[in-house]
Every structure is written in C-alpha cells, then in structure tokens.
Design a protein around this ligand. Structure first.
Ligand code: HSE
Length: 349
C-alpha cells in the first residue's frame, strides 16, 4: 500500500566520479521507479572527485548534467546551481549528508584514499556504502566496530561479484545455514581473458579488451596476479564467516604464467583453466586460497564465460547453493550500490 510508505530522502555524497561513480549515477537515474516504490528518495547533495572537480548543492545536483559534463571532460563546477567545494572534509562539514557512497579506485596496499574517506564518514555520523575493496579487505573489523558503536550501516555488496547479490544472500537467506566452504570464480577480468584465449586471442589483446570494457582495475596487475580475487576472498571470509584473515594469509597465484599452449592443451581434453577462489576449514581455522585450476568444461566453474562469476556455498542445512552473475562492469557494480542504498533505507526506516 504505497499510501502507507514512509518516504525518506537520503542525502548522498558520492566520492569518486570515474567509471564506477558514473555507473552509480546512471544506476540511480535508471532505478528511480524502484527506489520510489520502496519509499527511498536519494538526492545527491555532493560529488567529490580529484579529476572532474568537487561540487555540492543543498537541493540536490542534477545527475544527468553531471554525467554529460564528466563524459565530455568539462568541470563539474559548470553544473547550474552547483557550488565548488575543496574536498570531502569541507563537504562533511558543510553539506550535510546521510550516506557516503565511496567509489574511488581500490588500493590493496594502503586502502587509501578510500579508507580515510570511510573513517571520516563514520566519524561524522554517515552511513557508508562502498564498492571499494581496499578499506573492507584491509580494515573490515575496525570499520564494522566503529559503525556498530555509532549505530551506522556499513554496506559493500559491490565489492564481491559487483552487483550480483552475494553478501545480501549471505546476510539474509544463508544466515544460520552453517557454511562449510565457499569456492568459485570471483574475478571477471581473469575469466574474460581465459575465455578469450580459448578462442585464440592472445593474452595481451584479451587484457587490453578487458580494460577497454571496464572490467579490469586501474592497475590490472592486481587482477591477473590474483590480488583482486584474494581481496574478495578476504572480504567474504572476514565479513560472512567472521574470520580474522589478512591479505598475506591468502595463498595466492595469478593467471599470468598460463600459456596459450596450456589453454589449448586443456581445451583438447575437454577441460578449461579458471582462477578458483576457495575458503575452507584448515587445522587452525578458516584458510583462503586463490589460484588457477584445470576444471571440466561441464563443471559450473568451467562453463562460465566472459566476465561472469560464480560462488558455491557448501552448507550444513542446504548442501550446495550456487549463485552466478556478472562479476564486473559499470552498470552491474552500480546495481550493488542501489541494493545497498535500499538496504540502508529499510534498516533505518
Ligand atoms: N576488476 C574486477 C574484476 C572488477 O575483474 O572482477 C570487479 O571487482
């Protein structure tokens, strides 16, 4: 009964207006009807970006105009009604916001600049939604504790399998199911490269295509060396299984050593190479591993193509539960943010 819905305006501060940030802006525009049905009225009151500029507008910025300006390389400051701001510090002091949407590129060595943004937002009393793996992979327990103490939401669906609802599945449907093992394919770029190489494309061309299509990270070595997959495994282990692993605890090998010959030899035998991620119980608790494995083409992992990803949850209650969907891409990642914003809206309403 829409008449009884509590309509809530959510003032959003978007930090990062590159590929992911613009994908989120597009998703916000495209999902307006669904958000409205749920009673959520997101209003972007500030955008902070070191390249295209930082602006704010109390009544809300026009996303269509911001997208057009960013896509044509014009400064966001030329958006009608927009006021230029120095950066996030000023925005948090003057703009007033409900949710910080952190969309800067992932850095798995320092977590910055995202980690600083998330800490500052939680300190200022804002809920946080992020697609940035750095802060969650490197400082999940600290950030969760801070958010919990302040009664704030910290959501990061877009960090694992982009918008495919893995973390929401674990939080709701798989809660209490007794997860024994999680395994699957969690890097879209590697899967895309391996699929292309099976079709005869060279490694270098396949990687450059993955970059062009927006699947690869700003530094694609993180994808092909398995670091991106290791970060996702870490996020799953620490947030879903309450493990306390660090990035260096993940036993990691990438795909860059696989040759065209390895791939064709596997193909002739009805097999295929996939970068497999796995979290299982070892002698001292949860153990995590990422590395290339030869799998049967008919296996769920073997039949994935392009940037598609998959996770299999082996559980006490349900046996194996499999979820498959896009692991990368502008609109898919944007959807992860929409799902998180709706969850924040539900949880605080
Ligand atoms: N570079 C990542 C991938 C993007 O290829 O899966 C999504 O995290």
């Amino acid at each position: 009964m829409p008449g009884l819905l509590c309509v809530r305006t959510m003032r959003l501060i978007l930090v990062g207006f590159g590929t992911v940030g613009r994908g989120v802006a597009e998703s916000l525009l495209a999902s307006e009807p669904e958000l409205s049905v749920a009673g959520a009225e997101p209003r972007v009151v500030a955008v902070v970006d070191p390249v295209v500029g930082s602006v704010r507008r109390e009544g809300g910025l026009d996303l269509g105009t911001l997208l057009r300006l960013a896509d044509t390389g014009e400064p966001l400051a030329t958006c009608p009604g927009a006021e230029t701001v120095a950066g996030l510090k000023e925005v948090l002091e003057v703009a007033g916001g409900d949710v910080l949407v952190e969309l800067t590129p992932t850095d798995l060595h320092t977590g910055e600049p995202g980690l600083g943004h998330v800490r500052a937002a939680l300190k200022a009393g804002l809920h946080v939604v992020t697609t940035n793996k750095g802060p969650i992979a490197l400082a999940y327990h600290e950030l969760r504790t801070t958010a919990h103490k302040a009664g704030l939401q910290l959501r990061f669906e877009g960090t694992v399998l982009s918008g495919t609802p893995v973390l929401n599945l674990c939080e709701a449907g798989l809660a209490g199911a007794g997860i024994r093992e999680i395994r699957g394919v969690v890097n879209g770029t590697c899967n895309f490269i391996l699929t292309e190489m099976e079709g005869g494309t060279s490694y270098a061309t396949a990687l450059s295509k993955a970059q062009h299509l927006g699947y690869a990270e700003a530094d694609p070595s993180g994808d092909v060396e398995g670091l991106d997959a290791a970060a996702k495994v870490l996020i799953l282990a620490n947030s879903v299984l309450d493990a306390n692993l660090k990035l260096e605890d993940v036993n990691r090998t990438g795909i860059s050593e696989l040759t065209a010959e390895d791939i064709q030899t596997a193909r002739m035998a009805g097999k295929t190479w996939r970068l497999i991620a796995r979290i299982s119980q070892g002698e001292n608790g949860w153990e995590a591993k990422v590395g290339p494995e030869e799998v049967n083409r008919a296996d769920p992992e073997g039949s994935l193509t392009g940037p598609e990803n998959l996770l299999i949850f082996d559980t006490e209650a349900l046996g194996e539960v499999t979820i498959t969907g896009p692991g990368a891409g502008r609109r898919a990642t944007g959807h992860g943010v929409i799902a998180d914003l709706l969850a924040v809206h539900r949880n605080v309403s």
